[in-house]
Write a protein that binds this ligand. Structure first.
Ligand code: AMP
Ligand code: MG
Length: 393
């Protein structure tokens, strides 16, 4: 049995980032990993522009009524210079005329008659956005390796990246094993249960930014496991099986992995839940034998498989940023030989509470969980009020 930190380091050490980025249409890049730096080809703003609707004038003229010489709409150019005692009516985003050094907001002015305006505010502000104050030609606005969110789509649109370069999505084969399993559309009969892991893993794979391939329920037979696993290894960069990794009579997964030439790097991790988690490689292919118990499979995918998928894509952030919060009640456990992974709920953003959790089969507990906290080996208690790192789900 190895410690989680060792297992994590081992997995990541076997990941070879896929060096085959592709160009996609801007909107198709959402949630993909950016594979090029986004460099500005323009100055923004591209000209000095007004930040408000109002009157462009000279700051030294504010005590007198100002003659309005023209109106400048957004998208049009000034035709006159602002001379002492004059101003130009100007709209937000329109270019500042020469001679003006401030814009009086409409709200701070009063029309003296059709041709003159007076300042009624207390203190005049500039209200001018200077050329290039937001970004300059050649500035790097986004570094490669981030996961593209809607805000990055806006930046890429502003900078002309209509076909950004993104990382190729790894293919992930998903193989739930177990003779007791039936698909969700079936009412389980004696001895059967519904296959939740298969769907959970497809969803987790998608959420991690990879392409899932679902191979259906694999029966607990050596031949079936051999055949489907061989196919999945050939067709994917990552394969995740669930079930068949414990000590039962029909747990064939590690044996078949080895028979297929997969080198097993570990088959037991000091975590709870998720102890029988098994990991092997065949060339650059990663094979994860996750426990059959749904919570174990869920958490070990989040902790080990997801960072591997992200590294395959050249993503700079392999894990979600932890949120530091105080514990809302005492946490106690009797044994501490393994690192405990405890599903928790965040209470109104200010504290964190372990959810009622009966163990690794209790997938329903995760329905109420916002995150997971890790209780280190050797720690049996965390007192109410102590700060813990919550890994968001
Ligand atoms: P195993 O690791 O194969 O011994 O399975 C451990 C437990 O997880 C057993 O109670 C299984 O019935 C359950 N289990 C295995 N696979 C799945 C699955 N795909 N969906 C839901 N539960 C499962
Ligand atoms: Mg099984």
């Amino acid at each position: 049995m190895i410690r989680f930190e060792e297992a994590y380091a081992l997995v990541l050490s076997r990941v070879v980032t896929i060096q085959k980025p592709e160009r996609v249409l801007l909107l198709e890049s959402l949630h993909r990993v950016l594979a090029e730096d986004i460099v500005s080809d323009i100055n923004m703003p591209p000209f000095r522009k007004s930040a408000v609707d109002g009157f462009a004038c000279r700051m030294s003229d504010l005590r007198m009524p100002l003659k309005i010489v023209e109106t400048i709409a957004a998208g049009s150019l000034p035709t006159m210079q602002v001379e002492p005692g004059t101003c130009a009516k100007i709209m937000t985003g329109a270019p500042i005329p020469l001679g003006a050094d401030c814009v009086l907001p409409v709200e701070d002015t009063r029309l003296a008659d059709d041709l003159y305006v007076e300042f009624t505010g207390m203190e005049a502000k500039k209200n001018i956005c200077e050329l290039g104050e937001d970004i300059r030609i050649g500035d790097v606005s986004i570094n490669k390796g981030i996961i593209i969110g809607p805000q990055h789509i806006a930046i890429m649109a502003a900078l002309g990246y209509h076909q950004p370069l993104v990382a190729t999505q790894p293919r992930v084969g998903i193989l739930p094993t177990g003779d007791e399993l039936v698909e969700p559309n079936i009412k389980p009969l004696g001895g059967q249960i519904r296959n939740s892991n298969g769907y959970q893993l497809v969803a987790q794979t998608k959420a991690a930014g990879a392409l899932p391939s679902y191979y259906g329920i694999v029966s607990d037979s050596k031949d079936a496991t051999y055949e489907v696993l061989a196919k999945a290894i050939a067709e994917n960069e990552v394969v995740t099986l669930t079930g068949g990794v414990s000590m039962g009579d029909y747990d064939y997964v590690p044996e078949i992995m080895e028979k297929l030439g997969v080198t097993i790097h570990f088959s037991s991790v000091a975590v709870q839940p998720g102890k029988p988690t098994t990991f092997g490689t065949l060339d650059n292919k990663l094979v994860f034998g996750l426990p059959g118990n749904p919570v174990s499979a869920f958490i070990q995918f989040e902790l080990l498989v997801k960072p591997a998928i992200r590294k395959l894509m050249g993503c700079k952030q392999l894990n979600p940023t932890a949120i530091r919060l105080p514990l809302a009640e005492d946490y106690r456990r009797n044994r501490a030989e393994r690192m405990a992974l405890v599903p928790v709920k965040i209470i109104a953003g200010s504290a964190v509470l372990p959810v009622e959790f009966h163990g690794s089969a209790h997938i329903f507990a995760l329905g109420n969980a916002d995150g997971i906290i890790a209780v280190p080996i050797g720690t049996t208690k965390i007192d109410k009020g102590e700060i813990v790192d919550v890994r968001p789900l």
